[in-house]
Write a protein that binds this ligand. Structure first.
Ligand code: SF4
Length: 86
């Protein structure tokens, strides 16, 4: 079960989570081409090792386990996964 980035990340895109992630599964990074155009950052559900390191560093508390993802943001699980289908 992967972690999911939800709505609070929109227009925040802080990237502290990117630096905290030990497996580099949060994208786009600031140095990647898509960074400026995306609304939020995304966690690759295949690569995420469920370590939780990204959660406390997020300044807007946008990252949740799938179990704790608020119902109003439930679509973000698919939104995160879809980013990596391109
Ligand atoms: Fe990366 Fe760990 Fe967060 Fe998954 S839970 S996105 S592996 S920091």
């Amino acid at each position: 079960m992967a972690y999911v980035i939800a709505e609070p990340c929109i227009n925040t895109k802080d990237t502290a989570c990117v630096d905290a992630c030990p497996v580099d599964c949060i994208h786009p990074r600031k140095d990647e081409p898509g960074y400026e155009s995306v609304e939020l950052l995304y966690i690759d559900p295949v690569e995420c090792i469920d370590c939780g390191a990204c959660v406390p560093v997020c300044p807007v508390s946008a990252i949740f386990t799938l179990d704790d993802l608020p119902e109003k943001w439930s679509e973000y699980a698919q939104i995160n996964a879809d980013y990596f289908q391109k």
